[in-house]
Design a protein around this ligand. Structure first.
Ligand SMILES: [Zn+2]
Length: 370
């Protein structure tokens, strides 16, 4: 940071001198690449989520983000049923037809412009998975199931069960492939939880729970759904997700020591624990993640502040990158007030969902982050 502060005035002087003598044509900034393997270090995290990675114009995006003062991209690279980059050896690639690897080129451009890139993984949801792979998930009984025994489906795609070894192995192979292939500055886990509908009631979960309980459940699923084993079942569900977060985190840290690990989470901790078995405080306390990104998706100023303060009861402020619902705002200045509050509260930073929407509605320049 000190070097950065020293070099900025020097660069400004050089720029002024060059303008005074001649006007060079506008061209891509040629900031040298940072040394390989060394993560881009940011102070305040000013992030955007990128959902539609396969449609992303990396050159335009990184140029615009740099110009408007953003420094981090959370880029969706994989789900439980798809790789959003070409030629994956572990999951079906849905990257489309490109020459070369647009993600590799994009990350290089981002780094040239001093923008950190975190690979986002949609852990338990098979977002963008092709139909043939969806059928495979169903046929091999790897899907998450509700209390009625039916697969849980969102927007036509299955959720997968976190206790099944095949699902875990697929996710671990995926994250290893991403880290082997791309010099990302971090990994973000999203959808690392059970579905909001009571779940999972698959055969494997029943067996695992009964094993942990030490005896069979007499009335399945009634006893665990609303009966005497309800709390035991939810404690077990939390232990499943905690263990999964631990395993994913250890895999990332072993593959690429020093890079950031974050998780997109629900801001209300008690509800997150109860409804989705998502105990993000446990993950922070045990160092599985370096920061959380609570999805504080509201336009109401009071609700937003209340949720921020609730998060801060359980998480250190410098471990919180607050997620803002850019797509819900009509005016950038109202969104900007949430950024100001994040700064007043001393948070690690903020993240807009999403770049895709913000750029379409020209919100980024209006944020005036510099
Ligand atoms: Zn299950």
């Amino acid at each position: 940071m000190r070097n950065f502060r020293l070099t900025v005035p020097v660069l400004l002087c050089l720029f002024a001198l060059s303008c005074a003598t001649h006007r060079p044509p506008v061209k891509t900034p040629t900031t040298p690449l940072r040394p390989p393997g060394k993560p881009v270090v940011t102070t305040e995290v000013r992030a955007v989520w990128v959902s539609e990675t396969t449609k992303l114009d990396w050159d335009t995006a990184t140029r615009e983000l740099q110009r408007t003062g953003f420094n981090t991209m959370y880029v969706n690279l994989a789900s439980a049923g798809a790789a959003l980059y070409p030629s994956s050896q572990t999951l079906p690639s849905v990257a489309g037809k490109f020459i070369g690897d647009p993600v590799a080129r994009g990350i290089e451009l981002a780094h040239r412009r001093r923008i950190a890139v975190q690979a986002k993984m949609v852990v338990m949801f098979s977002f963008r998975s092709p139909p043939e792979f969806q059928r495979k998930l169903l046929k091999s009984d790897r899907v998450m199931r509700g209390a009625d025994g039916k697969p849980i489906v969102q927007s036509g795609s299955f959720w997968v069960c976190p206790t099944q070894p095949a699902n875990r192995e697929a996710a671990l192979a995926e994250v290893k492939e991403i880290l082997r292939r791309y010099p990302v500055d971090g990994v973000q886990f999203d959808y690392i939880r059970f579905n909001e509908e009571p779940s999972c009631f698959c055969k494997n979960c029943r067996e695992d729970f009964e094993h942990a309980l030490g005896k069979p459940v007499r009335h399945w699923p009634g006893d665990v759904l609303n009966g005497e084993l309800r709390k035991r079942f939810n404690d077990w569900r939390q232990s499943v997700i905690n263990d999964w977060a631990k395993q994913l985190s250890a895999t990332v840290r072993q593959a690429r020591p020093g890079i950031r690990i974050t998780a997109a989470v629900f801001p209300a901790l008690e509800r997150a624990r109860e409804e989705k078995a998502q105990d993000w405080k446990f993950w922070l306390d045990h160092g599985y993640v370096d920061a959380i990104c609570p999805m504080n998706y509201t336009t109401d100023a009071r609700d937003f502040e209340e949720r921020c303060r609730n998060v801060l009861k359980f998480a250190p402020r410098d471990h919180v990158v607050m997620g803002l619902a850019e797509w819900k705002f009509q005016r950038p200045e109202d969104l900007r007030r949430q950024v100001d509050l994040c700064r007043q509260l001393g948070l690690a930073g903020f993240a807009l969902f999403s770049y895709d929407d913000a750029t379409e509605r020209h919100f980024l320049p209006a944020m005036e982050l510099h």
